[in-house]
Design a protein around this ligand. Sequence first.
Ligand code: F6R
Length: 607
Amino acid sequence: MCGIVGYTGKREAKEILIKGLKNLEYRGYDSAGIAVLDKNRLKVIKRKGKIKNLEELVSKTSFSGSSGIAHTRWATHGVPSDKNAHPHLGCKKRIAVVHNGIIENFESLKKDLLKKGCKFSSDTDTEIISHLIERNYHQNLEEAVRKTVLLLKGSFSLAVISKDEPGKLVGVRLDSPLIVGIKDEEKFLASDSSAFIEDTRRVVYLKDREIAVLTPDSVKVIDFQGRKVSFKEELLSFSKEEVKKGVFKHFMLKEILEQPKVLEKILSYYLKEKDFNLKELTAFRDFFKKLQKINIVACGTAYHAGLVGKYLMEKFLNIPVEVDLGSEFRYKQPTIRKGDLLIAISQSGETADTLAGVRLAKKRGAKILSICNVLGSTLVRESDKVLYTLAGPEISVASTKAYSAQIMVLVILSLYLAKLRRTLPDSLINSYLNLLRKIPSCQLKIVKSKDEIRKIAQKYLNFGAFLYLGRNINYPTALEGALKLKEISYIPAEGYPAGEMKHGPIALIDEYRAVVCIANNSSVYSKMLSNVEEIFARRGRIIILATEEDEQVKKYSRQIIYIPKIKEELSPLITIIPLQLLAYYIAELKGYDVDKPRNLAKSVTVE
Ligand code: F6R
């Protein structure tokens, strides 16, 4: 949520900052701004709306400088507007600040600053930071920043420049990501390394309570007590091509189509020819053998992957699995305790509610295994063990490839645990592993029929509400299909377990209701078909997902999406593909900004 970019070097800062913001726009897009040190004044330009609005204004304004900061905003305090956009300045306009996160005690700090005569020009919590730094400033920017952050409560990452120390850029991290980029005589700061990947892959992941002090030629890191701390330089594992849209109209389509490749990568990373390759988990083998129950915590799409994980683990391991949304887990009385395992699932590794769940479980003595896509993320650092989803950067706000990657990792993990705990015979585990290797080609087959799915999207475009029905391990698929549609097309959509229809939702069905039924071959196929029959009888407008060669379903609809035959337990890896494509095409045909749906941001770093 919100994207920060900072630069100090020899080149024109505004160009590098705008390029960085464009790469971070998925993090927030209600307003944006930049501040560049132009000779001895801070030139600040801010604009409501998308980054292209800011870019236009910057291109019409004459200024120049080789250090600066920039921000793309997802509003928390104060409506999206020019005045609330970052950067914010102090009264004397000597300090400029951009901020990601929330300052929880900003009201009392603001009251105090008002009493001292400070004049505020925005409604944000951030502006108090620039005023405080300016007041604490005595010819040493890092010291002024350090004194200020000690006064702040909440979560934040900051980038700060001062007109009195040209070329110096200070960054702070507390519960919100911030990464330093290093290139010969240039240094970068960003919420996500995709901001500067075109310039460098050398990075330092700041830890919580660290302050980076950058000049074109140097990197220094201190803690909140002012002590110098050592840092590790790492190399990014992805390339700049991966953050480009290429020939695709939207990142979302590119990412949906990438899924077969992602799954192949996961298979070759975590499986050997006839066995598992999970060295990461060796030290946990004894702990895994003794487990009595498993907890899973995640949010949104990752939560739906967690629900699939529950079905798999309960079936393969025969132990109870509780799945909670991070935002609920953190405030309930969780039963988790010492000796339990918490699996945290997150694409970004920065989701505030998931992290809060992890911290709570840790406090109670549970071990944390995370399934995460982002190297160096907070979740990865706070976990005992990590299984990476290896999906590469996911730029579209709506998560697609991360979802099937999470499920693939969960299937492999469940089978690995079944082998370790001897809850499934080896022959069955091997047959699952062989089938898993076929999943990428099954996904590819569906992806190839995307034009057919687009035609269905065209027919269903104007329905005012959608219902998605599934059963058993494909109930989470129904939830995820509905989430995809609502988040990018703004059509109300609900996922339901088909067996629950009679307990209320069937009242919704008439000829104006679109109903997507997941009726692949499975242990609940005939039950699902009875539910489809009930929808049909009430003239609901049905789209059916069925297994190739299923003739029976033709009775209910002409809108049939056929998927390859696969064992039920593995089917969520392929049933989700047509639902992602259906949602994508409906939103695309409606002309929406698919990759940046309104009100959303990719990485939910605030509660
Ligand atoms: C939906 C979506 C969100 C995320 C959720 C968790 O398409 O992207 O629901 O899945 O915000 O994010 P991560 O996985 O980064 O923890």
